[in-house]
Design a protein. Structure first.
Length: 84
């Protein structure tokens, strides 16, 4: 577990007895430079990629991307990263 992992917040999940937890962490760099390859089980997520802050800001400004509303923990994770 990388030392950069830090708890941010939590939120109830709309399933019985479930909780969503939010963390910030820094990605590890590959030995060749750049960010490490993302490895995710296909049954968990359909598509996973790295994005720069600038790419996300531009996608939000052009409305090519939307994020959850202010009540969602995901909103706070994304906006705090964008403002860092």
């Amino acid at each position: 577990s990388p030392p950069s992992i830090r708890f941010t917040s939590s939120q109830t999940w709309p399933f019985p007895r479930s909780l969503m937890v939010a963390f910030h962490a820094e990605a590890e760099h590959s030995p060749l430079g750049g960010l490490a390859e993302v490895s995710v089980p296909e049954e968990e997520m359909e598509d996973v990629r790295w994005f720069s802050r600038q790419e996300v800001k531009e996608a939000l400004a052009s409305e090519q991307l939307s994020i959850p509303g202010r009540a969602a923990v995901a909103y706070h994770l994304i906006t705090s990263w964008l403002d860092a």
